[in-house]
Design a protein around this ligand. Structure first.
Ligand code: DC
Length: 249
């Protein structure tokens, strides 16, 4: 959704905020809980940078798949070779005005579409639990937030990447609701996959994300809970705008 598509009331509510104070907004939560949609909208309203940290782990996974550093059948990772090639992985984001999206690039190649496919989704949890990968990603992410004025979404943003973020949001929705959303998203992109397959992937990733040793998905003690199973987009955004206003005044 672009700023122009946002309901007039919300735009006006935001226009009334005059503040030079820049903050960090960390949005964590379960897969497909709508983190990136919300993060993008907030970034647009505030004119902040938006970073999808999950896309970075997906990019590393694609690199590993392409270079046979992970076996897609049993998810075994060649840790030694992956570590040796870590400096060959360069990830960045570029704004795509046609899609109103910050596309992900791996070594200067646009991989935005490819990293959303099921082979990446099915393997990403096995890459994102590796400690040296997380350390590298966290370092890059912290660098991106040095100047503040950033909205970042992921799993460990409020707990590890930006423990001092001024606003932390923890999002959740029922697994079935999240799987349905992801199913519709992929269908729209003509990616052929069944609802059941997605539901299974969502549940499996929840489990791995929550139980891994390295930076497991957990709510920061000072984050605001947002279960959006029964909230529409406007209600959700309005609620968050209220929270942002309190922090930048
Ligand atoms: O947000 P997503 O579903 O695109 O994230 C892909 C995977 O990356 C997800 O299974 C967990 C992992 N991830 C992570 O471990 N830490 C983050 N900050 C973001 C994502």
């Amino acid at each position: 959704m672009s700023f122009l598509d946002l309901p007039l009331m919300l735009k006006l509510k935001f226009k009334m905020i005059k503040s030079d104070k820049k903050i960090i907004i960390a949005i964590d939560g379960y897969s497909s809980s709508g983190k990136s949609t919300l993060a993008k909208e907030i970034a647009q309203l505030l004119n902040y940078k938006y970073i999808d940290s999950g896309a970075m782990y997906r990019a590393v996974t694609l690199f590993a798949l392409r270079n046979n550093l992970i076996n897609p059948k049993n998810h075994a990772v060649d840790i030694v070779k992956l570590k040796d090639s870590i400096n060959q992985i360069h990830i960045n984001f570029k704004y795509n005005s046609l899609k109103n999206n910050h596309d992900t690039y791996l070594n200067n190649e646009n991989i935005e579409e490819e990293i959303r496919e099921m082979n990446v989704s099915n393997n990403v949890s096995f890459i994102s639990k590796i400690s040296f990968i997380r350390q590298k990603m966290v370092r890059i992410q912290q660098d991106m937030g040095k100047e503040k004025g950033i909205v970042m979404d992921g799993r460990d943003i409020g707990t590890v990447v930006f423990p001092n973020a001024e606003l932390k949001i923890f999002m959740n929705a029922k697994a079935e609701v999240r799987a349905e959303r992801r199913y519709l998203e992929l269908k729209e992109k003509n990616i052929n996959v069944s609802y059941e397959e997605i539901l299974e992937n969502v549940k499996k990733r929840d489990h791995i994300d929550e139980t891994r040793d390295e930076s497991p998905l957990k709510k920061a003690f000072d984050s605001v809970d947002l279960d959006n199973s029964n909230l529409n987009k406007e209600e959700q955004l309005e609620h968050i705008i209220g929270l942002v206003k309190e922090r930048i005044k």
